[in-house]
Design a protein around this ligand. Structure first.
Ligand SMILES: C[S@@+](CC[C@H](N)C(=O)[O-])C[C@H]1O[C@@H](n2cnc3c(N)ncnc32)[C@H](O)[C@@H]1O
Length: 248
């Protein structure tokens, strides 16, 4: 089925402007690296970033690890490759992909949000754990859980100063809405206000994203057979749960 998420297809050129790769993602990647170093049973050298998108996490991890990224979008993978020519990128669906190798560490970051039902969510973590070496660490970080979801939260984010140019500026407006709190997903609507050569162009995007209770995360991660360590990560005044899962 064709990917209808415009940020990863025809509007992917906007992605480098939504959050600075070398800045905003650096803190998070330092945290991820710290968790891997603390929990790994052997020195970790290789890392698989699942749902690597435009490669902003890869950019911050590649000095420490030999990184491979997997993503569903060829357009995003092309961006990731341009930003990180020294890393390896593979086209794949996080629910079903199988590489013929395993890694010392696996990162499952924001792309897991695209798992919109429990079966897909479980399949993604099974695939992630299948790519982990014994003694290796899988790091998973929920952006939002059923407990932290805020109905109708609307965020406006200006383009990063690095992305914005004299003839181009962008504002990203994102609204989240859950029409049915009893199911496993919610809706995100994005407005892109693109100011180019003195003209305003408005584009829209719509994603369905998964929403699970924290206890579901705990259970699904335990069911991978890993030993699950739960911690917290603080960013922009918000606290997020972080899981470091060690494969026996
Ligand atoms: C917000 S971007 C990830 C950004 C990334 N963390 C970075 O460092 O640049 C989300 C990504 O999830 C990917 N994605 C969505 N569904 C996927 C799936 N089933 N398998 C693999 N990747 C998927 C999209 O193609 C998109 O590139």
């Amino acid at each position: 089925m064709a990917d209808t998420r415009r940020l990863y297809t025809d509007l992917a050129w906007l992605w480098p402007m939504w959050g600075d790769a070398a800045d905003e993602y650096a803190d998070y990647c330092r945290h991820v690296t710290g968790l891997i170093e603390r929990h790994a049973r052997h020195p970790a050298r290789t890392l698989l970033d699942i749902g690597c998108g435009g490669g902003k996490n890869v950019f911050n991890l590649k000095a420490r690890f030999s990184v491979t990224g997997v993503d569903l979008s060829p357009t995003m993978l092309a961006q990731a490759s341009l930003l990180n020519p020294e890393s390896t990128f593979v086209l794949g669906d996080m629910r079903t992909f199988r590489l013929d190798r395993t890694f010392d560490a696996v990162l499952v970051d924001d792309a897991i949000s695209y798992m919109t039902c429990l079966a897909d969510f479980e399949a993604a973590f099974r695939a992630a754990s299948a790519h982990l070496n014994p003694g290796g660490v899988l790091v998973a970080t929920p952006d939002v859980t059923r407990e932290t979801f805020r109905q109708n939260k609307t965020t406006a984010t200006p383009a990063t100063s690095k992305g914005a140019r004299e003839d181009l500026d962008v504002i990203f407006i994102e609204n989240v809405y859950d029409p049915d709190p009893a199911d496993e997903h919610y809706e995100t609507t994005v407005l892109y206000l693109i100011f180019k050569h003195g003209r305003l162009r408005i584009e829209t995007d719509h994603w369905t994203l998964g929403l699970f209770p924290l206890d579901t995360w705990r259970r699904v991660l335990r069911e991978t057979g890993c030993e699950v360590h739960e911690g917290r990560y603080n960013a922009d005044g918000e606290e997020y749960p972080v899981f470091a899962c060690v494969k026996p």
